[in-house]
Design a protein around this ligand. Structure first.
Ligand SMILES: Cc1cc2nc3c(=O)[nH]c(=O)nc-3n(C[C@H](O)[C@H](O)[C@H](O)COP(=O)(O)O)c2cc1C
Length: 194
């Protein structure tokens, strides 16, 4: 069953202790909203499961803790096991983002964890095809990540860090994902309506 654009929903689901990953989630949502789809940013501690279950695309993001998703984000992943068992998210689009203090910070490990999680659910992974424009704080995709979005924050307020290039990259990531969803909505309605 195909959906009209106004029926398409994206959930940006994240865990952020100090607000930096949250700011990235909001920038992704801002970019995605340009496509007129319905977008919600959801803190894992304040979930709207009905919205998530009815959305056609889920974008997952975590701060990097010890080279991994945070313990809180892992608890969220484990909480979805009944949905996994009943294949409730099968056929939805999935994408991922990771924020860390280090330039590398082992963010790839987090994107791989999130991708594997999405594969367990039978979702379809969407990467990030946008080429880096360079490697300075004003550049797009300065960390050269294609599996998903990588951003980096230093010890400062979320209004100042991640840098402007990372925030613009997050907006482009959201825009790209929403364009993808509009162009290729899941064909069979596998989402569970409450
Ligand atoms: C317990 C702990 C472990 C961390 N491990 C890493 C790490 O492995 N790599 C890294 O680059 N940054 C690491 N950091 C820094 C966080 O990634 C950074 O503070 C976080 O992304 C900020 O996002 P937030 O404001 O959304 O919480 C760690 C921070 C804490 C508190």
């Amino acid at each position: 069953m195909s959906s009209s654009v106004s029926e398409l929903k994206i959930a940006v689901i994240y865990h952020s202790n100090y607000g930096h990953t949250k700011r990235v989630a909001e920038a992704i949502a801002q970019g995605a909203k340009q496509q007129l789809v319905v977008v919600k940013t959801l803190d894992i501690h304040d979930m709207d499961w009905a919205f998530v279950d009815s959305a056609q695309m889920l974008i997952f993001g975590s701060a990097v803790y010890m080279g991994s998703v945070t313990a809180d984000f892992k608890a969220f992943m484990d909480e979805t096991s009944q949905r996994w068992f009943h294949r409730q998210w099968q056929g939805k689009w999935a994408a991922g983002f990771a924020n860390s203090g280090g330039l590398s910070g082992d963010k790839l490990s987090v994107l791989q964890q999130i991708c594997l999680f999405a594969m367990q659910h039978g979702m379809n992974w969407a990467g990030f095809p946008t080429m880096p424009t360079g490697h300075t704080p004003t550049d797009i995709n300065r960390l050269s990540s294609f599996m998903g979005l990588m951003t980096q924050s230093v010890d400062g307020p979320p209004e100042q860090t991640p840098c402007v290039g990372d925030i613009e990259t997050a907006q482009l990531f959201g825009q790209h994902l929403a364009q993808l969803l509009v162009a290729q909505p899941p064909q069979n309605d596998m989402t569970v309506q409450e």
